[in-house]
Write a protein that binds this ligand. Structure first.
Ligand SMILES: [Zn+2]
Length: 148
């Protein structure tokens, strides 16, 4: 919606200034250009990267196959993937995903160690019969967070 508004404003000012896609492809930007709402002229690199990675005709095809309410999300996804692919030509955004997955795994392991230490410390605490009930409760809360 926001992109649509910006594109409409851009068109009001100039004599049909072409969108970033049509400018790069050196073609006339039609009134119903499928790229125009998502690739405004003031963000030329956005389309350049998507074009380099996916190819303009594939992007065109993908957008045509989608309903208008889904196109903006599809464009965000393609822009993200294209930028990641240019940064990392081998793994693309899979590289970022797997590195984050490793971080999650390592943080989960750290959390498990910390929770085990916590339980041990609480058990060593003298006259901890009243504390024990609440610490058990907290451990359960921690577990239920990870099980979902
Ligand atoms: Zn256009």
């Amino acid at each position: 919606m926001r992109e649509g508004g910006a594109a409409a404003a851009g068109r009001k000012n100039g004599v049909l200034s072409p969108c970033a896609a049509c400018k790069l492809l050196r073609r006339r930007c039609a009134q119903d250009c499928v790229f125009a709402p998502y690739f405004p002229a003031d963000e030329p690199h956005k389309f350049a990267n998507v074009h380099k990675v996916f190819g303009a005709s594939n992007v065109n095809k993908m957008l045509q196959e989608l309903g208008e309410q889904q196109r903006s999300d599809a464009v965000s996804s393609m822009v993200y993937e294209a930028n990641a692919r240019i940064r990392d030509p081998v793994y693309g955004c899979v590289g970022a995903i797997s590195s984050l997955q490793q971080q999650v795994d390592s943080l989960r392991a750290q959390l498990a160690v910390a929770q085990a230490e916590l339980v041990q410390l609480r058990m060593r605490e003298p006259n901890s019969s009243t504390h024990l009930a609440s610490s058990n409760h907290q451990a359960n809360v921690g577990e239920s967070l990870w099980s979902c």
